[in-house]
Design a protein around this ligand. Structure first.
Ligand code: ADP
Ligand code: ZN
Length: 509
């Protein structure tokens, strides 16, 4: 009703303005009451109404991905039916999520103890690995509301709009409590704040920080915020502080066992030929994400229908895998067995030397390709260290060179896989020489002008230190060839090893 009146007034004012302009232009009197003052008034009303309409359109965009029903706050919002059993693999992550689920369902128990319910969890890792799925499964397990949004929705060129949307999001959360607020692509809001310019980004991020700090929650209100990103490196440190996103969980691409489990979840209700061997399909999908695997299953089912088959056959799966991989044009996805073997030894070298020299505690070793590398060693986050001795830095360089050293020992030749390692090692050594006075060139620094003047000396010193470190690393790995081979073989077989498995292998060989 109100809407109709609004448009009637708009139409009336537009006609009045047009008539006014026409009569003033032609200097004729159509209606005696149309004068300049009335014209100005009607033009102003038209302008204000258009402004209102424009603002409304922008506001509704914030909820563009929320079903229409949802936008009406009186109505039910989303309660996902997904459960944790629908999320395959990711066992350690699921454990963490179960803890949070317990916080939500038995809030009283924790409140009695005076324990605070964790507010923010940050899931980070490559796309399609089940971050959204996991967040909605948490809502499904705890029968709570799931409010999904994406960081990019909050970025607008108009100052203040993003911040307002963040406020509205949390307002909705409070109304729906207990609930899970999921913010995908949180890096769009949470990128490091800049000093000037981008004041809109800063305002939006500040608003998010305020909401996460304060929440101004009533006693019985519970909101858990889950953020997801594949750009952890660009997030503002303030966002990662205690009280905000202080729990960070890495979710990488699945290993062979997890891929088989994902295949099981997605083929559960599909007619499979008895000849289909999910284990074999898991082997063929090395390096692919959960989302890719779910696409492959769907594609295989479509192919079976297209060929009028009653069941999905191994051939359908082979064709589907080929299609998906071809569509990806991923340089890493078709890695050969030989390359996989080299990467296994390379990463095992890093891990073993890191462990023997106590450089880092190791959380995970993996030969599952990411967009950046064919494999990686994930270091357990330990206390921040601010001071390093010269020996600390040299050990670090050795663990970095250990990938190449392992290749040389086992295969008698080296590969291009060590490019990033060599960069990192050279950077550390240059720092030792030019910034920290930790080389034979003395207790002094070199600024860029001096580096230019002493190029040859500095080059020689870099070479001396790096050669020395490489020799030591080769020797260490020669002496520990047995554990090196044992780790690499296990890694080749399982694709990922946890820190505990690594320790166990080193101890028992
Ligand atoms: P992300 O949020 O990490 O980009 P999603 O959670 O949106 O990834 O995953 C996309 C789809 O891929 C899911 O809806 C699901 O079908 C499938 N998928 C991904 N990971 C898994 C997993 N671990 N178990 C089962 N299905 C998965
Ligand atoms: Zn390496």
């Amino acid at each position: 009703m109100k809407k109709r009146l609004f448009y009637a007034v708009l139409l009336f004012c537009i006609s009045l303005s047009l008539l006014g302009i026409y009569s003033i232009e032609k200097k004729i009197i159509i209606f005696p009451f149309i004068n300049k003052r009335i014209l100005a008034l009607s033009l102003t009303i038209v302008f204000l109404q258009l402004l209102y309409l424009f603002g409304k359109k922008h506001q509704s965009k914030a909820y563009a991905n929320v079903p229409k029903k949802e936008r009406n706050k009186e109505k039910q919002s989303l309660k996902p039916s997904v459960k944790l059993v629908d999320v395959a693999g990711l066992e350690e992550v699921k454990e963490e999520i179960m803890e949070i689920a317990d916080f939500i369902t038995h809030a009283e128990k924790y409140k009695k103890m005076g324990a605070k319910i964790p507010r923010g969890i940050l899931l980070y890792g490559p796309p399609g690995t089940g971050k959204t799925l996991l967040a909605s499964a948490l809502a499904g397990e705890t029968n709570t509301e799931f409010i999904a949004s994406s960081g990019s929705e909050f970025m607008e060129k108009y100052v203040g709009v993003g911040a307002k949307r963040v406020r509205e999001l949390f307002q909705r959360g409070k109304e729906k409590s207990p609930c899970i607020i999921f913010i995908d692509e949180i890096d769009a809001i949470g990128a490091k704040r800049s000093e000037e310019g981008q004041s809109e980004c800063n305002q939006t991020l500040n608003q998010l920080l305020t909401e996460m700090d304060g929440f101004k929650l009533e006693d019985d209100q519970i909101i858990v915020v889950i953020g997801a990103t594949n750009r952890m490196d660009i997030l503002d440190a303030a966002l990662l502080r205690p009280g905000r996103f202080n729990k960070h969980v890495y979710i990488g691409n699945p290993n062979k066992i997890a891929r088989k489990q994902i295949l099981q979840v997605h083929t559960k209700n599909k007619p499979l030929s008895k000849k289909v061997n999910l284990e074999k399909i898991a082997v063929k999908t090395h390096g692919l994400s959960g989302a890719h695997i779910s696409n492959i299953v769907n594609e295989a089912a479509l192919l079976a229908v297209r060929n009028n088959r009653e069941e999905i056959t191994p051939l359908d799966f082979d064709n589907a895998i080929e299609r998906i991989i071809a569509g990806l044009k991923m340089k890493n996805s078709t890695i050969s067995e030989k390359e996989k073997k080299i990467v296994s030894f390379h990463e095992s070298g890093h891990a073993l030397v890191g462990k023997l020299l106590k450089v880092h505690a190791i959380e995970k070793i993996s030969i599952i390709p990411t967009s950046q590398a064919l494999g990686y060693v994930l270091n357990a986050s330990s206390e921040d260290q601010f001071l390093y001795t010269k020996n600390d830095l040299l050990k670090r360089v050795k663990s970095i060179l250990a990938g190449r050293a392992a290749e040389e020992i086992i295969f008698g030749e080296v590969t291009t896989g060590a490019k990033d390692d060599l960069n990192k090692a050279t950077d550390i050594i240059l720092g030792m020489i030019c910034e920290y006075g930790m080389s034979n060139l003395g207790n002094r620094t070199f600024d860029s002008k001096m580096i230019y003047g002493n190029m040859e000396k500095i080059n020689d010193e870099v070479k001396r230190i790096i050669d020395h470190c490489y020799e030591d690393t080769l020797k260490l790995l020669q002496e520990n060839k047995k554990p090196l081979i044992a780790i690499a073989e296990q890694l080749f077989e399982k694709e990922t090893l946890s820190g505990d498995e690594l320790n166990h292998l080193i101890k028992t060989v």
